[in-house]
Design a binder for this molecule. Structure first.
Ligand code: NAP
Length: 301
């Protein structure tokens, strides 16, 4: 049985278009309606045939939906929800895919009083944006974290769980604030570090940009993949998950200072102990199927 029959996707970029493709592949009987603020994206979604219908307004998109998923930058969630609030059918489940959960839950609750709101975050993505970047298998074997409020109807939470499982995802349910703390260290801080390193290299006097690019295989290019991620999406993530990111940044700065001291005072044992511990983390990620074991991320040489 289908968990939902009429899906509306707000925002047809990388994640929204991937959901549409994955639903077409795994639950073809579900009717998909799409909306995007950008008319070129709407036209592209029609050309790609990823939705059954693409509307020109958010209200028209939700009119008969039983599940609405918001796939816009986290700072835009409340505004989009406000635009369709008057047309949302009673009993429809409203969810999202935002990378921060507490701020989105607060924004949606404020503009959709009485609605069934179940925030979610598929921990899957790439550095690309837009409807052409999506693909049907993006969520396969990846985690999708649901952060329902205490009063969310259990049947709706279960239906959303089934929906994501049908797209290939594994499900975890957790508190929104805990989600934001976990993702601050596993996703948000790594992006901040990548943006910083790439920015610092770009600013370096005495090392030319052509040298940075020429010798990037030394490790730099792995940071550039993350630092190529969507600027608007990541601006919103840092502003929306400010407290958790600042807390993790503080810890990171202290650990960095400790490493700085270890290098200055030739504490090789300390460096080696840390590097051995971190290598084991990489092994665990591979063992749990969250990355491939191929050397150099499977690049062809
Ligand atoms: P994306 O490819 O840039 O797509 C977002 C789409 O939403 C764009 O087409 C954008 O149009 C549209 N949009 C922006 N504001 C809107 C509004 N007010 N109303 C309707 N449409 C609007 O971004 P994405 O990577 O799919 O990210 C979408 C969400 O997924 C974000 O909340 C992000 O935190 C979350 N997420 C991303 C990843 C990832 O790796 N990328 C992973 C997990 C979760 P414009 O062309 O006008 O900007």
């Amino acid at each position: 049985m289908l968990p939902f029959a009429r899906l509306t996707i707000m925002g047809l970029g990388l994640i929204g278009s991937s959901i549409a493709r994955a639903v077409k592949a795994n639950m073809p009987a579900v009717r998909i309606t799409g909306y995007d603020a950008d008319s070129e994206v709407r036209a592209r979604a029609i050309a790609l045939g990823i939705c059954d219908d693409v509307t020109d307004t958010p209200g028209a998109a939700v009119i008969d939906a039983d599940l609405v998923i918001l796939c816009v930058p986290v700072g835009a969630m409340g505004g989009v929800a406000e635009e369709f609030a008057a047309d949302l059918p009673a009993g429809a489940v409203v969810s999202d895919v935002g990378s921060c959960k507490q701020s989105v839950a607060d924004a949606l609750t404020a503009v959709l009083p009485g609605a069934i709101i179940i925030p979610a975050h598929p921990v899957a993505g790439t550095e690309k944006s837009g409807p052409d970047a999506g693909f049907a298998t993006l969520f396969k074997g990846r985690w999708c974290i649901l952060t329902p409020a205490d009063n969310a109807p259990e049947a709706s939470v279960e239906a959303l769980r089934t929906f994501w499982q049908r797209l290939g995802a594994e499900i975890e349910v957790m508190d929104a604030r805990h989600h934001d703390m976990v993702l601050a260290i596993t996703s948000h801080l790594p992006h901040l570090i990548a943006y910083t390193i790439v920015g610092t290299a770009d600013d370096l006097q005495g090392v030319t940009q052509s040298e940075v690019i020429k010798y990037s295989a030394g490790g730099f290019r792995d940071f550039t993949r993350i630092a190529a991620s969507d600027p608007v999406m990541w601006r919103d993530v840092f502003l929306s998950n400010k407290d958790a990111v600042l807390e993790m940044l503080q810890r990171f700065s202290e650990d960095l200072s400790a490493l700085q001291r270890a290098i200055r005072y030739d504490k090789g044992d300390q460096l080696e102990a840390l590097f051995t511990r971190t290598r084991n983390i990489r092994r665990s990620i591979v063992e749990q199927g969250q990355d491939d074991d191929a050397p150099d991320f499977g690049r062809k040489h």
